[in-house]
Ligand binder design. Structure first.
Ligand code: GLA
Length: 395
């Protein structure tokens, strides 16, 4: 749906005129490498997609936030002073969670009518939720500032942090900062090398001459992903506590070098905890090496790190499963594929593969066929375009 059509749907739902209508958009992301490192103070290497969440918004004076979306019949009407009553609604809690956190952080909000339109596939590990959170934050801050005569640019890093808090406090997923940061701060044709310890970052041009980034969606329904995610995070925290006894200065696993880990890994007696920590330590190393390989146009080297990353997520972190493993295995059988791995939290969702341009059609056909034979599910494929982060769309 283009903006003109969206405006029409908006006016059909809410009535009134086009006056005061604004449009905002914020993307999903693909993470190239650096998985389950963000909440451990490590490095990540995501890029914003052109798949996005778009919102049409118009202020209203009665302090109500009204929400609608193009692909569901759900409607929500929530007073700004009673947002926490809406924690358990079926749809709309990401938006209201963000509104709640913005108010707690001191932002002045105005009531508004909002219509969402999402093109990031939901539950696919491409951060559909971060796209919604970030676009909501930008829209609410912009309308609120205007209503109260406040000027100045929006602090996009703060938008990412507030969106993350909404996910922790309203949704109950103890996620890291990567998804919201990539959605807020993405840049066209660049990946972001982000140090999650202090949020320092660098844009790295993503010019894979002769290659395409292909995303393959397992289409597997994710169950218990939030519970298992929080479980992994808690396991890393246990590992950190144990290592702190030998390395009292460390504050996160991102502070621990591979040498230090090798020296003290025997102090972690629990096999599972030791495996989780081992993944984080070496994955963190791989991110820096991968970014360097990319900057030197050493794509095959980059691809090798991607494969190592997937193997580690499968064997040590144990977040892949039959569907993701099958997609990666089948991808690597295709001539012209130099790297493939799961992306995002895991437990279903998507893989990301680097595929030589002239091999893309064959990739989609062969991998799709073999995957369906082995799992009974029809995969979906997207050739990713790397787009900009959250912003207002000028009409
Ligand atoms: C999810 C979380 C991120 C990150 C990834 C795994 O996408 O939202 O913060 O932890 O999983 O790398």
């Amino acid at each position: 749906m283009d903006i003109k059509e969206l405006k029409k749907v908006f006016l059909d739902i809410y009535g009134g005129s086009e006056e005061g209508i604004r449009v905002f958009s914020s993307p999903g992301r693909v993470n190239l490498i650096g998985e389950h490192t963000d909440y451990n103070g490590g490095y990540v290497f995501p890029a914003a997609l052109t798949l996005s969440s778009t919102v049409i918004a118009r202020p209203r004076k009665d302090g109500l936030i009204n929400l609608a979306v193009t692909d569901l019949d759900d409607r929500v009407s929530a007073p700004l002073d009673r947002l926490s009553d809406f924690k358990n609604i079926r749809w709309g809690n990401y938006q209201l969670g963000v509104a709640d956190e913005l108010q707690k952080a001191g932002y002045k909000l105005t009531g508004c009518d909002m219509l969402f339109h999402d093109t990031v596939p939901i539950g696919s590990g491409l951060s559909s939720s971060a796209a919604i959170e970030v676009v909501t934050a930008i829209a609410l801050i912009t309308l609120g500032n205007e209503a109260y005569g406040i000027s100045g640019d929006i602090d996009m890093v703060e938008v990412a942090k507030i969106s993350q808090l909404a996910e922790h406090n309203f949704i109950g997923v103890n996620c890291g900062i990567m998804d919201q940061f990539a959605s807020a701060m993405g840049r066209k044709d660049h990946a972001i090398l982000l140090d999650c310890r202090d949020l320092s970052y660098k844009y790295v041009p993503l010019e894979l001459k002769g290659y395409k980034i292909v995303i393959s969606n397992t289409k597997k329904k994710r169950s218990l992903a939030a519970v298992k995610y929080n479980e992994r995070r808690a396991e890393c925290e246990k590992g950190l506590e144990i290592l702190k006894k030998s390395l009292p200065d460390i504050t996160c696993l991102g502070d621990v070098s591979a040498e230090q880990f090798e020296q003290y890994k025997h102090t972690i007696e629990d096999d599972i905890i030791r495996k989780r920590v081992e993944h984080v330590i070496y994955e963190d190393d791989r991110v820096l090496k991968s970014a360097e390989a990319l900057m030197n146009n050493e794509f095959e080297k980059f691809g090798k790190y991607m494969i190592e990353s997937h193997n580690s997520l499968r064997d040590l972190y144990e977040v892949t499963g039959l569907e993701l493993d099958t997609l990666v295995e089948e991808a690597l059988k295709i001539d012209g594929v130099i790297g493939s791995r799961m992306t995002g939290a895991g437990f279903g969702g998507c893989t990301v593969s680097i595929v030589r341009e002239d091999a893309v059609d064959n990739f989609i056909e062969q991998v799709g066929k073999a995957y369906q034979e082995k799992t009974g599910i029809k995969a979906e494929f997207y050739i990713s375009e790397i787009g900009d982060g959250g912003r207002e769309i000028q009409l």
